[in-house]
Each structure stands twice: as C-alpha cells, then as structure tokens.
Design a protein around this ligand. Sequence first.
Ligand code: PFF
Length: 460
Amino acid sequence: MSDRGSFSSRMGFILAAAGSAVGLGNIWRFPYLAGTNGGAGFLFIYLLCIVSLCIPVMIGEIAIGRNAGSDAYGSYQKLGGGKWGYLGIYGILAGIIILSYYNVVAGWAFGYFLEISFGNLLNHQNFGEFFGEYVNAIGPIFLFSLGFMIMTAVIVSQGIAKGIEAANKIMMPGLYIILIGLIIYSLTLNNAMDGVRFYLVPQLENITLKTIFYALCQAFFSLSLGMGCLVTYGSYVTKDQNIVKSAAIISGADTSVAFLAGLLVFPLVFSLGAEPGQGPKLIFVILTQAFSTMGPIVGRIVGGSFFLLICFAALTSTISLLEVPAAFFVDTRKLPRKAVVWGLSGFIFVLGLPSMFSQGIIPFLNKLPVHNSPDFLSFIADLCDIMLISGGCLMCFFIRNRWKVDSLNKELAIGNPSYLGTALQSYINFSISWVCPIILSILTTLVVIDKFFGLEWLFG
Ligand code: PFF
C-alpha cells in the first residue's frame, strides 16, 4: 500500500472526506431542494435519511475500502470476486458523470465570484434575468469550467497527502468562518424570522412521497455515498483509525454545513419577499440580490467571499470525484497518476459540454423528450441520483450476502476494540442487513418510475 500513498493523519482523512461531502450539494442544491419541497418537512426527512440509512452505508463503504486497500473496482473485486467488481465500475461511472455536470455548476459559481469581486454584477436590476443570460454566455462559462477542471487536476495529480489533504486543511475551516458570519448578518434583516420558521417548523401536510425521494437522493449525494468515493478514500485510511467515529464526524460536518446554508438562505429569501421554490437558480439570484443591498464595497467583499467559499467547497468535492476513477486507473490498470489525471480531466470536461449548453442556447438540450422535459443537466443529475441510491443499496447487498456482516464487524473493531457487542454494532448490522436493502430497493424503484414516467403512471 505504501506506493499508493495514504492520509498522513486521522485528521487528514476526516478533512478530506468531509471536504468531499461538503460541496455544491450543501450550499447550492440543499437550499433549493428544501425551498421547492416544503422547507422544514424536507429538512426533517433529510435528517431521518442521514441517521437511518446514510451513516450505516458510509461506515460500510469506508470499511470495505480499508479492508481491501484498493480503488472502488479493486476493492469489490478483491473482497467479492466474480462479478462484484462491476459494482465498483458502476460507481466509477457515476463519479465521472457527476463530475461532468458538477464542474459546469462550479464554473457558474467561479464566474459569479469574479463578477461580484470585480463589481460587474451588483448594480444590475433583475438578478433572475442576469442569471439566465449568464449561464448561457458560453465563452466565459467555458473558460471558468475549464479553469475549475484544471485546478482539480493539478491537486489530484499531486497525490494523496500533498495534494488532497493539504488543500482540504486550508479550505474547510475557511468555509465555516464565512458561512457563520453571513448567517449572523442575514438573521438581523427584516422578516428573517419568517424564513427561519419556513425552514425549521415542519408542516406535515407539505411532506409528500416526492419530499422523501428528493431528501434521500440529496442525502446520498451530499455525503458522497453510493459511488465508491468513500471506498476509495477508505483505502488510504490506516488501521489505527476508528471508522465509526470518523463516519459520525464526517456526516456531522456535512449535515451542519447544509443546515447552516439553509439558515443563511431562507431568512434572506423571506427578507427580500422572494419565492423559496425557484429551483437551481435560487442561491445565485437571492444571494446576489441580498449582496446588492449591502452597498458597493461591502456587497463586493461579502458576496465575493461567499462565492469564493462555494468554489472552495466545490473544489474539495471535484477533487474526490476525480480521485475515484483516477485511483482505478492507477491501482487496477497500473497507469501513471499524472497521465491518468490529465487524460480523465480532458475527457470529463468534454462530457460536460452538453450540460453546459443545456440552459437555453441549444433548444433540444433545454427540453429533452423525457417525462417533465428536463434540461440535459437536470436529467443527468437525476440519473446520477438514481445511480447513487441504487449503488448504496447494492453495497448493502454486497456486505449482507457476500462479504458478510461478520467481516464488517471485524474491520470496524480494528482501531475500535470496544465496538463489538455494543448496541451501536447491532444497530449498524441491522440497518445494513435489513433496513437499507429493503428501503433503498423500494425507493430506488419508485424514484426511477417518478423520474422517467411520473408517479401518476403508478398511482393513476
Ligand atoms: N458531496 C458532494 C456535494 O455535496 O457537493 C458531491 C459529491 C462528491 C458526490 C463526491 C459524490 C461524490 F463521490
């Protein structure tokens, strides 16, 4: 394992895995999904998914990776034999596809960071219109996304300790500081409390089957589960580490950032008298509008820092998304890291072009002939969500039927000898053997029906 590299410390692993988890998913996607799916009800179901399904899946993934000490494909292949390696390939493919569209959204955020910092954005009148025009301004977005992909490739090509770990150690604390500062500001605004109420007081009638689908998919996406990311990161974890504790810290860090992002966004939305269900443009429109009211200098500083924060968060996630396929080619195919990283980055960037052009400039890509006519980027995002929850479900079947829960327990006891025989152990075993496989199989089937045919098809 020595020439593969490993995290230099326990903190290094936790920061890198938390860095992977905390990203556009928390700051961009979580608030807009909560906004369109009932606010507090969504938050409630989201937290339920994290505790009952996601933390056990996360623990399972890290344990598989550490036990096998290989990339996603190599780990499943080594522990499962037969065709199980394909489960790793499935995850690697999901990672490649996620990165292709994720990098485009990161390009939008990078563009907003520059536009606000240079003072070009905040004197506009209609921020919704600006957003629509901006994401269709292909030249700049092409360059910003390309720039983002290059930054990712530079870091990943440096390897584990030097690149990935060092980048996260600086970026993660910076993120919390900026976020908390902005929340304090937003809570002082008029009507901020209406936003807090929308976000924190659940109204049960707002919870529908779709709330559950979106919350589950978002929880998997946000914690980087179901695609072998944590199998891959787990393979760089040393044997003295306590996996269960690390998983709790990582999920806590991720959930707290999503929670704080909501606590920032909804008071702003309500203080501006805006609509919470605006979809993907929510934070781009609402936040810039809020920054514009702060005056030219303060608005530029606060707005610039905020979008810089989003870029940091996105970068620590794109790093992990690229590391998953890169580790496969380095470990299993024995190819040199630098060549792999640059080759993959180029390929994934090109794969992202249809997503980049899907916001209106190419009409066909803007309304695909699929149920509900999504644009290409949303369609791909939905597809990836399905890959993640089904990937997580299959991982549970892998542990339950092939690797066996006993092997999982043995792995978890390394670095945590008092784990065996505890209530926590029983809970995790029960969740991985029964709760996750059953609930995730049912929900995956329903989400597929919902996304491709509409639930009406099923329920009339
Ligand atoms: N968790 C990241 C986010 O919330 O932005 C996205 C992500 C990264 C998903 C890595 C999956 C992954 F393997």
